[in-house]
Design a protein around this ligand. Structure first.
Ligand code: A4P
Ligand code: MG
Length: 406
């Protein structure tokens, strides 16, 4: 039989993995397709789905199987609110041994499966074509992107490692085709003993911060999503880590590609005033998990809004592993510079790249927007804003910042 699995709320990939894991205790000879990111079909406006299809055998009758599927949905926090609406997990019995039947609880085959590319494409990936009505042309135009299978890919990791010019940063790494978040994976790995400098790379990151809703336009493999495990010892405040990582990314693309990047406090990397990358620091034990996202390839599409890519800026489709190796080298050099020379060198470099200092900004905090002038950063990486003579100390994480013209 074939079961369709979909999720478009919360950590979608984690729900898919939990579903496959639970189904492996219900079905024999389980196989599952690659993961696909798919535009919602029907229902109210809602976020994109992740979908896959599971194949397996069972002795359960279809209604007992449906009971099991619904128990798995419920265990994954499924709330039935809107028909066709957003859900953490949806399990549909698509096909049961070629049988056709319908009653109040169950219609098999699933009545809409041949109208949905998010079902047909994963079936194809499994090498399966089920007999059914002819599929309308329009169905094949529903947007779907194949992301691949989860799990580490050691061969690709080795090819990336070979591109490195570092001594320790990135020398131990995991490469994944699809991952919910490289920071999350690295935090888990840290807890299991990953060494300093360990790195995680994902060809597609499904649920990393800042990605949701911006998925369409970036094909898997066009953007760099990576995290590095760096020792926290030299830098006391995580706000400084954000600035240091920003300086490393900016100096890497400046040196490697002769670009003129800018840094927007606290953690955006800009080219020509448009966002090309972002940084997310999380601490784990004695480490700073340093997450970096960079738009490497890709033409500026309308859905990108204020974003850009290295390809747009250089006119070249740069290999991701080359960009990654340049970033790893710069991180190693800046972490070591920190150990040798203290924080001043990094603050000075940050000020040089800054596009935030000495200009009007709006601070969006819990107590509403505050307009002011960005005056400086201090030794902890906090931003000082002058709002009509009142000096505010702004720390990352609590606020977001908008530049104002003028
Ligand atoms: N039911 C009848 N037949 C079946 C079957 N073959 N498999 C009954 C599973 N359930 C079946 O389902 C409502 C009732 O359908 C169940 O109580 C069961 O007795 P539900 O899961 O509670 O509600 P639902 O999911 O909102 O309705 P339905 O009909 O399952 O919707 P679909 O067809 O699952 O559509 N777009 C993308 N890109 N990817 C998606 O995964 N999913 C939907 C949901 C809409 N758009 C989507 C996706
Ligand atoms: Mg359903």
């Amino acid at each position: 039989m074939y079961i369709g699995v979909g999720s478009n709320l919360g950590n979608r990939l984690a729900y898919l993995r939990a579903a496959v894991d639970a189904l492996s205790r219900v079905l024999l000879d389980l196989r599952h397709s690659a993961v696909y990111e798919t535009a919602p079909v029907g229902g109210p406006p809602q976020p994109p789905y992740l979908n896959l299809v599971v194949e397996g055998r069972t002795d359960l009758d279809p209604w007992s199987l449906l009971d099991r599927l619904q128990a798995i949905e419920n265990a994954c926090g499924r709330v039935r609110a809107v028909r066709f609406g957003p859900r953490t997990l949806d399990l549909d019995l698509l096909w049961y041994g070629g049988r056709h039947f319908s009653d109040a609880r169950l219609t098999v085959p699933h009545p809409r499966m041949f109208e949905r590319r998010f079902v047909l494409e994963p079936l194809r990936d499994l090498g399966v074509e089920l007999p059914g009505p002819p599929v309308a042309e329009a169905v094949w135009r529903q947007p779907v992107i194949q992301l691949g299978h989860w799990g580490p890919d050691p061969a690709t990791a080795e090819a990336w490692r070979a591109a490195l010019k570092t001594r320790w940063v990135g020398q131990t790494l995991e490469y994944h085709r699809v991952l919910d978040s490289t920071n999350e994976r690295l935090r888990q790995w840290q807890a299991a003993g990953a060494p300093a400098g360990a790195a995680v790379v994902a060809q597609a990151q499904t649920d990393g911060r800042g990605r949701r809703g911006k998925s369409w336009g970036v094909q898997p493999g066009e953007g760099l999503a990576t995290s590095f495990l760096l020792p926290l010892d030299p830098l006391p405040a995580s706000g400084l880590w954000s600035l240091m990582a920003g300086v490393a990314v900016a100096s890497a693309i400046e040196a490697q590609y002769a670009l003129a990047p800018g840094l927007k406090w606290p953690n955006d990397v800009l080219l020509d005033g448009r966002k090309v990358g972002g940084i997310l620091i999380q601490t784990a034990g004695r480490f700073a998990v340093t997450g970096i996202g960079l738009n490497v390839q890709g033409q500026a599409l309308p859905e990108w809004g204020e974003a850009t890519s290295l390809e747009v800026a250089t006119g070249r489709r740069l290999p991701l592993k080359e960009v990654w190796a340049a970033v790893a080298l710069a991180l190693e050099q800046w972490v070591e510079a920190w150990v040798r020379g203290g924080r001043d060198q990094i603050l000075e470099a940050w000020r040089r790249y800054s596009v935030t200092l000495n200009r009007p900004v709006t601070v969006l905090g819990p107590s509403g927007p505050i307009a002011g002038w960005a005056e400086g950063i201090d030794g902890e990486g906090a931003l000082w804003v002058n709002a009509d003579g009142r000096r505010l100390r702004v720390t990352a994480g609590e606020v977001s910042l908008r530049h104002r013209d003028g």
